[in-house]
Write a protein that binds this ligand. Structure first.
Ligand code: NDP
Length: 284
């Protein structure tokens, strides 16, 4: 079997065309969706992510602004900026690029964002309503993964789903969304005994660890849908996922590539959340 590739660039483009249309409809009511991105420090990967997010906004016809600070900035400057953005009617989404430098209390920074502008969905209150099953914003990466399942018609009800990784931004919300969609979910992490055995019985396997090619072809159940969230930079500068793609694609029924899979969908769903926030503001 050679797996069907789940193409995040293609699905992202399709969804973004629809967002552009909705943004034009909002513009006719005098509202332009607006995203503010805050970047602290000079981490090269974060700079690329922020640039991609700002560019995606421009292409979709959204307003966007970038607020960049040196790593040694005082936290109160960032809090003051967030307070200003919370009150700014041009801004419907505020994103603080993680990770923050060590002297920041990242949880406190995220909590400073107004819940109705927390388009990453990371604030405790927004995590809470996601767990309760009526999310205000679905965190962008797992939201993008759910769109792959929807688009490809991959059933989730009653199926075995295994999520490898339990971070607040990917693994935990991913597991919650899969559970709400009717899958039976196992969450694996660094203390899991016999990861291979768990992976091998997964109809749906989501890898979100950050270790290049740690999921081998033998760990995949024939016919599984394999979603590779991992983004790892190899010594030669190339990007690769957590899954050994060349081997896994011979076993799985569906697989996402890296790059070109989950990454573009994460940015697409950031646009979706910003647009939704603007639509809510317009109808309030
Ligand atoms: P974190 O480092 O926050 O979490 C990694 C998780 O992997 C932890 O739960 C950790 O377990 C688990 N883990 C570590 N080693 C093992 C192991 N040997 N076996 C099983 N589980 C293990 O990472 P993130 O969730 O933030 O990101 C994961 C990956 O996804 C990264 O490569 C990141 O770059 C990528 N990413 C990609 C995005 C995209 O848009 N494509 C968006 C966000 C992230 P424990 O909790 O026990 O430490």
């Amino acid at each position: 079997m050679t797996a069907t590739i789940l193409d995040g660039n293609a699905l992202g483009q399709k969804l973004r065309a629809g967002f552009r249309q909705r943004a034009e409809e909002l513009a006719a009511q005098g509202v332009r969706p607006g995203l503010a991105v805050i970047l602290v420090g000079d981490d090269p990967a974060s700079q690329v992510y922020v640039r991609n997010k700002v560019n995606a906004c421009a292409q979709a016809g959204f307003h966007s602004e970038k607020h960049v600070y040196p790593a040694d900035i005082e936290a109160r400057t960032v809090f003051a900026r967030i307070a200003g953005l919370n009150a700014d009617p041009k801004i419907h989404g505020i994103l603080v690029q993680l990770p923050l430098p060590r002297h920041f209390d990242a949880d406190a920074v995220l909590e400073a964002i107004a819940p109705e502008k927390d388009v990453d969905g990371f604030r405790a209150e927004n995590v809470g309503v996601l767990v309760q099953g009526h999310p205000r914003f679905i965190p962008c990466t797992p939201y993008g993964v759910m769109k792959f399942f929807e688009e490809a018609g991959i059933p989730l009800k009653g199926r075995e789903a295994v999520v490898v990784g339990r971070s607040n931004i990917v693994g935990k919300p991913m597991a919650m969304l899969l559970m709400h969609a009717g899958a039976t979910v196992t969450v694996c992490h660094s203390q899991t005994r016999d990861l291979e055995a768990h992976c091998r019985r997964a109809d749906i396997l989501v890898a979100a660890v950050g270790k290049a090619k740690m999921i081998s072809g033998e760990m995949i159940k024939p016919g599984a849908a394999v979603i590779d969230v991992g983004m790892n930079r190899l010594a030669d500068g190339k990007l690769c996922g957590d899954v050994d793609f060349a081997l896994a694609r011979e076993v799985a029924a569906f697989i996402t590539p890296v790059p070109g899979g989950v990454g573009p969908m994460t940015i697409t769903m950031l646009l979706a959340n910003t647009l939704q926030s603007a639509e809510r503001a317009a109808s309030a």
